[in-house]
Design a protein around this ligand. Structure first.
Ligand SMILES: [Zn+2]
Length: 193
């Protein structure tokens, strides 16, 4: 553990490995998302993380390969969460909270067996392994988004951020959403087109 590693949640032993970057802002955002999630869902996630002998791992860095094109990632069936340090240093609050909620929704869906069942159903229907993974990924992502929306995170702002990023890049999207936080997605699309 390096001196800049942080305790992720109050009252829990989980550590976020920051690889020497400043994780304070990220931790604040993570805790904000966590506190917004219904208490039963939080308990389900905590029980799941604690039921395995090996502690779950949390990383904030740009050392993981997919960080070149992902804000975050959940692997090992919800036991390893990775977050993009560069993205979370400046991403405005609403999309940042949505990304974290989406990742926690993945963990929840592994914890409840939802993702497992989904994978199995595609596996039983298809013989092509690539196709199984593609179909599973698509549906699994949609399920995580839907759950984040159910938990009342703002998908419209997330979509607006993604649209701005796609059209003009990550930094522009951050600036634009900070300067004009309340513009509707449809108005933004019209303005940018
Ligand atoms: Zn996802």
């Amino acid at each position: 553990m390096s001196c800049r590693d942080l305790k992720l949640l109050e009252g829990q032993d989980f550590i976020v490995n920051t690889h020497e970057c400043d994780g304070e802002r990220f931790r604040g955002l993570f805790r904000q998302s966590w506190d917004k999630i219904p208490v039963n869902a939080r308990k389900t996630i905590l029980d799941y993380w604690k039921c395995r002998e090996l502690a779950p791992s949390f990383e904030l860095s740009n050392l993981w390969g997919d960080s070149a094109h992902s804000y975050a990632q959940v692997i090992e069936m919800g036991y390893r969460m990775r977050f993009n340090a560069k993205s979370f240093s400046i991403m405005p609050e609403p999309p940042a909270l949505f990304v974290i909620a989406h990742e926690l929704a993945h963990v929840y869906n592994w914890a409840t067996g939802t993702s497992n069942a989904l994978f199995r159903s595609f596996y039983e229907q298809n013989t092509d392994e690539t196709e199984v993974h593609e179909k599973f990924d698509l549906e699994n992502e949609a399920k995580a988004d839907a759950l984040a929306v159910k938990w009342e995170f703002d998908k419209a702002k997330m979509d607006r951020f993604r649209m701005l990023e796609k059209m003009r890049g990550f930094e522009y999207a951050c600036e634009r959403m900070t300067c004009a936080p309340e513009v509707e997605l449809s108005d933004e699309a019209e303005r940018e087109s």
